[in-house]
Design a protein around this ligand. Structure first.
Ligand SMILES: Nc1ncnc2c1ncn2[C@@H]1O[C@H](COP(=O)(O)OP(=O)(O)OP(=O)(O)O)[C@@H](O)[C@H]1O
Length: 259
């Protein structure tokens, strides 16, 4: 059964269509990359999923809860890592997490147990007393992920979570989040960087507001590379930034430099 279901969703900014009849169903324990060039509609979709935007065209369900009719129940099953930082730089790691735990209705022993659990999961336990300001970019991102997991969601959304990170931090974050999917969480990861995707991941290719493909990366790549498949599908639209820079044995994608 789908833990995440987007059915026939459309959204327009005035006369400008940003999403056109988008349907995506995803099951628990998967890592699904939402891959699209700039302007594809990724942010619009995330704004709808997090209920910042509302549409009457189509339905969205999170863990079986309809987002329009039962937003609190649906959003309680969702963890979100936004592109923009959401942490208080002058508070410690632990204080930031306590604050977000309280916002989620957790307190006392339960909150402390959840904070320890999420810090352990992200290998951040020994940094719990440090101010966020003193953490490097990669550790701040891990903290954002820990924060999003505090209430044990079923679905973790990440909006281009590696923007601005160096190569080794990017690899560490993508590895951590792939590990999370193996524990039963559904991960939905928006990116325009093909090298963040493994051949065993699911991929949704979004372009100009439409879903052009939804299948396992291995099938999408076929005999060639994922980049070529992506460019073919999107009509040679270019994705920004470096692609395919990780170990080709891990991603199965040949090194191509920047598009
Ligand atoms: N506030 C707005 N008013 C009008 N058009 C908008 C607005 N926000 C986005 N759009 C348009 O909607 C389409 C989808 O934009 P969106 O930001 O969702 O894409 P994206 O895939 O997130 O791109 P990026 O990776 O550049 O953030 C684009 O054509 C964009 O120009």
């Amino acid at each position: 059964m789908s833990v995440f279901s987007v059915r026939n969703v459309s959204y327009s900014y005035g006369s400008k269509a940003a999403l056109d009849d988008v349907t995506i169903d995803l099951e628990a324990g998967r890592f699904c990359a939402l891959l699209g060039p700039n302007g594809a509609g990724k942010s619009t979709l995330f704004n709808l999923l997090t209920h910042l935007f509302v549409t009457r065209d189509g339905t969205i369900q999170i863990a079986g809860h309809d987002l329009r009719s039962h937003p609190r129940r649906a959003l309680a099953r969702l963890g979100v890592v936004f592109q923009q930082p959401t942490l208080d730089l002058d508070m410690s790691v632990a204080r930031n997490l306590s604050y977000f735990a309280a916002l989620q209705g957790l307190s006392g022993t339960h909150a402390r147990a959840r904070i320890d659990a999420v810090l352990d999961r992200l290998n951040m336990r020994e940094r719990s007393g440090e101010k966020v300001r003193d953490l490097n970019g990669g550790h701040r991102r891990r903290m954002e992920i820990a924060r999003a997991l505090i209430h044990e969601p079923d679905v973790l959304l990440l909006d281009e979570p590696t923007v601005g990170l160096d190569a080794s931090s990017r690899t560490a974050i993508t590895d951590h989040v792939h590990d999370l999917a193996e524990t039963g969480l559904l991960v939905f990861w928006a990116t325009h960087l093909v090298d963040e995707i493994r051949l065993t991941d699911e991929v949704v290719v979004l372009s100009r507001g439409k879903v052009l493909a939804h299948e396992q990366a291995k099938n999408l790549a076929g005999e060639g590379s994922l980049i070529d498949a992506f460019l073919r599908l999107t009509g040679n639209e270019t994705a920004n930034g470096p692609v395919s820079l990780v170990d080709p044995d891990r991603s199965g994608i040949p090194e191509r430099g920047s598009l």
